[in-house]
Design a protein around this ligand. Sequence first.
Ligand SMILES: [Zn+2]
Length: 170
Amino acid sequence: MVMRKAIRIPFQKAKMLIPMEDRFVAEAMLGKLAKWLRMMGYDILYQRSYREEDLARLLLGGRRLLSRRVEAQARHPGVLLLRSDHVGGQLKELKSLGCLKLDRSRFFTRCLLCNVPLKDADPEAARSTLPDYVFHENPSGIRFCPECGRFFWPGTHRNRMLKQLEEWGL
Ligand SMILES: [Zn+2]
């Protein structure tokens, strides 16, 4: 481990060094999109409806609202309004808005259910839970969710996802 001496960085400069990362909150009819964004490693909350005060709190906390409701624009000027009713089209819209980075190293780094970042799993600890073939394929790629305890690993699901993205032209 390399020890580094702490260096004080002036606030403005420090702010610039932190990469801007979009975090989202999705409204009704965008559940599929939320799942895809989560697979891509994005922090995205989704439920069918929100109380107005809860939504306001999330937006104040820096999340960007994804909505298909035109009327959302009046209440939330920063909303990312999506017009397509298809998840492939919605991802393309986000990309053209500059809000979608396809960084493959980030794919499958977040729990699809809990929305929290996954951690590397100890293969030995995972062995008692997972089928044998997982360990023959790629034991070092196994991750787990610290929230729900589910295991995730690169497999056919990931390949299907990459193929689908290609078909959508993403
Ligand atoms: Zn989880």
